[in-house]
Design a protein around this ligand. Structure first.
Ligand SMILES: [Fe+2]
Ligand SMILES: [Fe+2]
Length: 320
């Protein structure tokens, strides 16, 4: 058992939680895959797509709306895969390579890792069933975050104890799931709705485990470590949520499928960026860690980025 600065109350709480938290539940076998999704239905709640509600969306034909919705659903699943494969999974693996304060906490972290691998496996299967032509090679098609996001996520996954704000950041990215799940009751394809629902069922448990990890790693951090943690995590959060990138994949695909829309490309992309800002960026500030006021920060300037390793090699993708 490693020595820790947190009081013994935290570890008693972890033991208690470990006894009550149910074991991992969502495996791809629980999904009734059948012949795949229904191409005549929306695959994601209509109002949760960036364009929905805009004038340009109202001008689209029914077939065009359907195709746009399905591309947005594929992009949403890809985002979940990215968050899990590039963010959560390597971070947890890295965390598990070192000592953990109690066997109970190790067990809990391992159980989240198993859940996330199962989510990712189910998501790849769903993508391939939906569009075998796009996903035969297990490569993301729509979601391509910029190098700054990949670099920062890689950095965090290499130093999950110092850069422990990931427990808030990744938790907040999966926060969209409950509303996806709730809204999917309104006519969304049952296969997509089931995958969203099973995934959501695991998240309440993950949230509680993240809170325990935060008590272990975030709360006892000293000033300097807290500042580095806050600075890197806030940069990652800002880079990821920057609405200047992403969201254009479904539009480009829509134009490829319906070339007559090419003349509206600029307007479609502008409305997408506006819609993303309003719908995809959580209203909560979850993921934001406090940074030191600038006077204190400059007093610590000997440390800043120099304390953090430079860009590292790419994380390998997890797929099935
Ligand atoms: Fe997940
Ligand atoms: Fe999760």
């Amino acid at each position: 058992m490693v020595s820790i600065n947190s009081g013994p109350g935290v570890w008693l709480e972890i033991e208690r939680e470990a006894a009550t938290l149910r074991p991992p539940g969502f495996t791809p076998d629980l999904v009734p895959w059948g012949a795949g999704p229904d191409f005549h239905k929306f695959w994601i709640p209509e109002k949760m797509t960036p364009l929905a509600g805009s004038r340009v969306y109202g001008d689209l034909g029914e077939e065009q709306k359907l195709r746009y919705n399905q591309c947005c659903a594929l992009e949403t699943i890809e985002k979940l895969i990215w968050i899990e494969s590039y963010g959560i999974t390597p971070t947890l693996v890295s965390l598990l390579t070192g000592d953990l304060p109690t066997p109970a906490l190790r067990e809990l972290v391992q159980s989240v890792l198993i859940d996330e691998l199962n989510h990712t496996a189910a998501e790849w299967r769903l993508l391939r069933l939906a569009r075998e032509d796009l996903y035969r090679k297990n490569k993301l098609f729509f979601f391509r975050p910029p190098p700054s996001v990949v670099r920062l996520a890689t950095r965090v996954s290499r130093m999950p104890r110092l850069l422990s704000g990931w427990v808030f950041f990744y938790g907040s990215l999966e926060e969209r799931l409950p509303s996806l799940c709730r809204e999917s009751g309104n006519g969304v394809d049952p296969l997509f709705a089931t995958v969203f629902a099973l995934h959501t069922a695991d998240e309440a448990r993950h949230k509680r485990i993240n809170a325990l990890i935060a008590k272990w790693l975030v709360e006892p951090q000293g000033k300097l470590a807290g500042w580095i943690n806050g600075r890197v995590m806030n940069r990652l959060s800002k880079a990821y949520r920057d609405t200047g990138w992403g969201g254009d994949g479904p539009i480009l695909q829509l134009i490829e499928d319906f070339p007559e829309l090419a003349q509206h490309k600029t307007q479609l992309i502008e409305e997408t960026l506006r819609g993303r800002a309003g719908k995809e960026i959580p209203a909560t500030t979850a993921g934001q860690l406090p940074e030191l006021p600038s006077a204190e920060a400059s007093a610590l300037s000997a440390a800043p980025d120099g304390a953090i390793p430079g860009p590292t090699e790419k994380i390998s993708r997890v797929g099935t």
